[in-house]
Design a protein around this ligand. Structure first.
Ligand SMILES: Nc1ncnc2c1ncn2[C@@H]1O[C@H](COP(=O)(O)OP(=O)(O)O)[C@@H](O)[C@H]1O
Ligand SMILES: [Mg+2]
Length: 516
C-alpha cells in the first residue's frame, strides 16, 4: 500500500508512482492546467517531496500559504532576488537540504531566463546523479523550452531530465498549452498525462496519438471537457477525471469581480534564507573581481571577433560602394552586470559633459532640422487608441509593466536615446543626429553608448562606412519576449503590445505621459 495523493476523487494515485516520472499536463489556456499542476505540487509538498517549480508568470508563490516554499528569482513576490550567478547554489540548497523552490523567472528577459535555467537544471542533474533521491521539477510553458523541431542546449537538458531522469530519482512535470509544439519524444515517453481541453486541430492530432480511440471520438470527448476536467493516462489506465481545486492561493486564476486578498504566507526557515544570502554575498565578495575580469575577457573576445567581422565586411563594402552591417546585441549570457559596471563608471563622468552639450553643441549638418515629410518613414505603429490596453490579457500587461519598470531603472540619457529611436522607428540615426535630437553631446553618446538597451535587444547598432548608426528593434524584441503568450494573443495583439510598449518607452524617455 502506497502513500495516496489526493489529486482527484476519481483517482487513486500513489506518491511512489510519481518518483522519477515525466508527467505531462496539456490543454488550452483556462482549461485548468496550472490548477492541476498546483494540486500535484500541494500533494507532493504535504509529503515533503522536494521540488522546484519553474514559474514564468509568478503563479505559484501562493503555495506559501500552506507550505514552506522558497520563492526566488526576479518577480514581484520573490523573497530573495537572485540572478544566474546564484543558480547553482540554490539548486544545491534545494536538493541537499530538501527545500522546495519556486523559481519566479517572470522578471527576466528570455535570454537571461534561459541562462538561469541552464545553470540551475545542470546543477540539479549533476547532484541527482550523486544523491539519487526523489526530486521533481515542474515547468510551465514547456513548449518554450522543449520546442518540437528545434535543438538547443536547454532543450536537450530538459529532455534528458524528462526521459532519463528516472534512474536518478529525478522527475519532471511538463505543462503546456501548445501540445503540438512540445517535443514529441517527451510527450510520448511521459508516464502520466493529464489531457485537458484543446481545440486546435494540431493539438487534437497529438491527443489522438496518445489515446487509443478513433479521432472522431477523441475530438468529441476532448472538446466537451469543462475547466478542471481532463483525461488521465497512466500506463494502461485511461480515465476521465475531475481534478480538485487548489487549496492554496492561485495567483494566475481568472479574475472575477470579487476583490482578491493575497493570503498570509509562510516563511522558509531563516537559516535557509541566510544560507542563500551568504552564498550570494560570499560569491560576490570572493570572486566579484575575478568574475568581472572573466566577463571582460569574454566580452573583449566577442568584440574582437566582431571587429574582425566588421573589418572584413567594410573591406567588401569599399569594393561594393556601400554595405550595411548589422551588429546584433551580444548573445553572451549575463553580460548585464559587467556592462552595468562599465556604464555606471562612464555615466558618472558623463553627467557634466551632458550638461555642457545641452547649451554648447551644434552639429555640422544641422540634424536638429526636423525630418522633412519625405524623410518621415511610414510608421506602422499608430498612436495607441484609448482603452486598447484592455484588449490584452492581464499576464501580457504584467510583462509589459515589468519591462517598462526595467527600462525606468536605466540612466536618463539611455532612456532618452531609446525613446527617440523608438519614436522614430524604423529609421536609423547617426550618433550625431541622435545627439542633436536628444539634446546631448555627441561625445557622451560615443563614450557611453546605450549598452543595456543594445543587450536587451531593444535597439540595434549598425556600423556603416559613414559612422555608427542606431535604430529601434522594438518589433523584433516584442516578437521574442511575448511569443510565449501565443497563441492566446495573435499577431494583431503583438502589434498592440508594440504600441503600448512604445508609448511607455516614449513617456519614460521624455517624462511626458503619453495618451494611454
Ligand atoms: N479543477 C478546477 N475546479 C475549479 N476551478 C478550476 C479548476 N481548475 C481551474 N479552475 C479555475 O479556472 C481558471 C483557469 O485555470 P488555470 O489552472 O489557471 O488554467 P490554465 O493554466 O490551463 O490556463 C482559474 O480561475 C482556476 O481557478
Ligand atoms: Mg496556466
Amino acid at each position: 500500500m502506497g502513500t495516496p495523493l489526493h489529486v482527484s476523487d476519481d483517482l487513486a494515485l500513489d506518491l511512489e508512482e510519481i518518483i522519477g516520472q515525466c508527467i505531462a499536463i496539456l490543454g488550452i489556456r483556462g482549461s485548468g492546467k496550472s490548477n492541476t499542476a498546483g494540486v500535484i505540487f500541494e500533494e507532493l509538498l504535504k509529503h515533503n517531496y522536494p521540488l522546484s517549480i519553474v514559474d514564468i508568470d509568478g503563479e505559484y508563490f501562493g503555495l506559501k500559504e500552506k507550505f514552506e516554499v522558497l520563492v526566488v528569482g526576479t518577480g514581484e513576490g520573490v523573497e530573495i532576488e537572485v540572478d544566474v550567478d546564484c543558480a547553482e547554489e540554490i539548486a544545491q540548497i534545494s536538493m541537499e537540504k530538501n527545500v522546495p523552490v519556486v523559481l519566479d523567472l517572470s522578471g527576466f528577459l528570455s535570454e537571461e531566463r534561459n541562462a538561469f535555467l541552464q545553470e540551475y537544471l545542470t546543477a540539479l542533474w549533476n547532484l541527482a546523479g550523486k544523491l539519487r533521491r526523489p526530486y521533481i521539477v515542474g515547468i510551465e510553458e514547456a513548449h518554450e523550452f522543449i520546442p518540437q523541431g528545434t535543438k538547443t542546449e536547454l532543450k536537450e537538458l530538459i529532455a534528458r531530465i524528462a526521459l532519463r531522469g528516472r534512474k536518478r530519482g529525478l522527475g519532471a512535470i511538463i505543462v503546456s498549452q501548445r501540445s503540438a509544439k512540445v517535443e514529441k519524444d517527451v510527450l510520448s515517453q511521459a508516464g502520466i498525462l493529464f489531457l485537458h481541453r484543446v481545440v486546435h486541430e494540431a493539438d487534437m492530432r497529438v491527443y489522438s496519438e496518445l489515446l487509443p480511440w478513433r479521432k472522431s471520438e477523441v475530438k468529441e470527448l476532448i472538446s466537451a471537457l469543462d475547466t478542471g476536467n481532463c483525461v488521465y493516462i497512466n500506463g494502461d489506465t485511461i480515465l476521465p477525471i475531475y481534478v480538485r481545486e487548489r487549496e492554496t492561493f492561485h495567483a494566475g486564476f481568472t479574475p472575477s469581480l470579487e476583490v482578491v486578498v493575497t493570503p498570509q504566507l509562510k516563511q522558509v526557515s531563516q537559516s535557509i534564507i541566510e544560507a542563500i544570502e551568504k552564498a550570494k554575498q560570499g560569491k560576490g565578495k570572493k570572486t566579484r573581481l575575478e568574475a568581472l575580469k572573466e566577463k571582460i575577457a569574454r566580452l573583449e573576445a566577442a568584440l574582437a571577433d566582431r571587429e574582425k567581422k566588421i573589418e572584413r565586411l567594410e573591406e567588401i563594402a569599399r569594393t561594393l560602394g556601400y554595405i550595411k552591417v548589422e551588429v546584433p546585441p551580444p548573445s553572451l549570457p549575463n553580460v548585464q552586470e559587467i556592462s552595468k559596471a562599465i556604464v555606471h563608471s562612464v555615466e558618472g563622468s558623463g553627467v557634466t559633459a551632458y550638461k555642457s552639450g545641452r547649451s554648447g553643441h551644434r552639429s555640422v549638418v544641422d540634424p536638429r532640422r526636423p525630418p522633412a515629410e519625405a524623410d518621415v518613414p511610414v510608421i506602422d505603429i499608430e498612436e495607441t487608441p484609448p482603452g486598447s490596453e484592455d484588449a490584452l490579457p492581464a499576464a501580457v500587461m504584467r510583462h509589459i509593466d515589468r519591462i517598462a519598470s526595467r527600462i525606468a531603472h536605466k540612466g536618463v540619457l539611455e532612456r532618452r536615446i531609446l525613446a527617440f529611436l523608438v519614436e522614430h522607428a524604423p529609421l536609423s540615426y547617426s550618433v550625431e543626429q541622435i545627439a542633436a535630437w536628444t539634446d546631448c553631446a555627441r561625445g557622451v553618446i560615443e563614450n557611453s553608448p546605450p549598452r543595456e538597451f543594445l543587450e536587451m535587444g531593444l535597439i540595434v547598432r549598425e556600423r556603416r562606412t559613414d559612422g555608427t548608426h542606431y535604430r529601434s528593434n522594438l518589433k523584433a524584441f516584442v516578437t521574442r519576449e511575448f511569443g510565449i503568450y501565443q497563441p492566446d494573443i495573435g499577431p494583431r495583439a503583438l502589434h498592440l503590445v508594440s504600441r503600448v510598449l512604445r508609448a511607455r518607452i516614449v513617456s519614460l524617455g521624455t517624462g511626458v505621459r503619453q495618451p494611454a
